[in-house]
Design a protein around this ligand. Structure first.
Ligand code: AMP
Length: 402
């Protein structure tokens, strides 16, 4: 069912959101994820429904107290419930358990127009195991299930997948945030405006193989930067010094390059690099041709000629997907490749191209450079967006099917 078609009047909606916000000494340091889920919550309330919100927060099962018990004070959703109250101007109740006695009681008494937050789903061991009994207890509290937690859609947990199976098709839907992520992802995975350019970077090629294999047949250009480029350069017979290399991936990388050639996809590798004597901001730095890196040096960023050539391809594109930084952007001497590529994408977007930035580090880089408003869409779901674009089915989406 579509979110807009559901009748919420007089109903209780169990909303799985991603409220996993950073908290320091009990204070939320970034409330983006909370504000992101509010349109869904407010729509349900406006339509006469009540909302039972649930989310995980951190890893309480892994970070237990010394005596082995759960650190409820550190991982409680109390600050999140308080923040929602502040942002909505409503009273927000917090149940002291996860779909246990207190949650059931508070859910049963919940009035239309009200919000109840239940405790951190990961307080229950059954959450990560996708436990059916836990999921049933969650489902028992509500009439409708809404999944708005795109960032955890690649996990088969009780609150993200199992619970959905207890609701009929008419009584479950994706929330507004998740729906948007899915629509944006489809713009770069099915029938994109052409030319379509995929830009990949980041540390390791092995992490991105499935992504390359799925996107290669759909793309016109593949620009490769970051640490992963050196395995490609080595596979082409270049000298890469002590740059990051995954020797065991060379045969696969060669096959990818052959496949690209056969299907007319242009793979662009770095032409020049900023190389360093060590992995440090204070290293000796040299500009070198990409396939001629001296022994004792490692490539830590793409060079200015590469930036120019990549920017040219980007400015001719109508659809752009970017994942992974072009260099070690966290260190100032190696950030300019990533900054310049971000600028080129921003410029192309201004001229009418569609751009999607997905995957943790490139999103972090764009935000760090203050360029988030220059892109068409920044995905909030790092791992989930990558899994989706790798062509894999997300468990939380599959669970909505029946
Ligand atoms: P990923 O999570 O795979 O997207 O990788 C992101 C990380 O790759 C960032 O922390 C970058 O510092 C790192 N990275 C980018 N380029 C290089 C490079 N040339 N050598 C080593 N690490 C790199």
């Amino acid at each position: 069912m579509k979110f807009d078609e559901i009748q919420f009047k007089g109903k209780k909606a169990l909303v799985r959101a991603d409220l996993n916000v950073p908290i320091k000494n009990g204070e939320i340091t970034d409330n983006t994820r909370i504000t992101a889920c509010l349109p869904t919550v407010e729509k349900i309330l406006q339509n006469g429904g009540a909302v039972i919100l649930m989310s995980h927060l951190g890893r309480p099962q892994k970070k237990r107290k010394e005596d082995g018990s759960l650190d409820r004070e550190q991982f409680t959703l109390r600050p999140v419930a308080d923040e929602i109250a502040k942002l909505t101007g409503k009273e927000v109740a917090l149940a002291e358990d996860v779909a246990g006695e207190d949650s059931q009681k508070k859910a049963a008494n919940l009035k239309a127009g009200s919000i109840l937050v239940i405790e951190n789903t990961r307080f229950e061991e059954g959450e990560s195991a996708g436990d059916k009994d836990l999921a049933k207890r969650m489902a028992d509290m509500a009439d409708i299930y809404i999944n708005d937690a795109f960032g955890t859609a690649h996990r088969e947990h009780a609150s993200t997948a199992t619970v959905a199976r207890f609701f009929s098709r008419e009584n479950k839907a994706f929330g507004l945030l998740m729906d948007r992520e899915l629509r944006e992802a489809s713009r770069v995975s099915s029938d994109p405006n052409r030319p379509y350019t995929v830009i990949l970077g980041g540390a390791k090629v092995s992490d991105k193989i499935q992504l390359i294999e799925n996107l290669l047949p759909r793309a016109n250009n593949l620009l490769i930067g970051g640490g992963m480029a050196y395995t490609f350069l080595k596979a082409k017979g270049g000298r890469i010094g002590k740059s990051i290399l995954e020797e065991d991936q060379i045969p696969l990388v060669k096959r990818i390059m052959e496949k690209a050639k056969e299907s007319g996809v242009n793979i662009h590798l770095p032409i020049d690099v900023t190389a360093a004597s060590e992995f440090s901001e204070n290293a000796q730095v040299k500009a070198l041709p990409a396939g001629e890196i001296e022994d004792g040096f490692m490539g830590l960023d793409i060079g200015p000629k590469t930036v120019k050539s990549f920017s040219g391809v980007i400015s001719d594109s109508k659809t752009i997907f970017w994942n992974g930084p072009m260099g070690v952007f966290e260190m100032k001497p190696f950030a300019s490749g990533t900054i310049e590529v971000a600028k080129a994408i921003g410029e192309a977007t201004k001229n009418g191209a569609y751009s999607l930035i997905g995957g943790g580090d490139s999103v972090a880089a764009v935000i760090q450079f203050g360029m988030e408003n220059k892109m068409s869409f920044l995905s909030t779901g790092g791992g989930a967006m990558l899994t989706l674009l790798e062509g894999s089915e997300l468990p939380a989406i599959k669970a909505m099917g029946g």
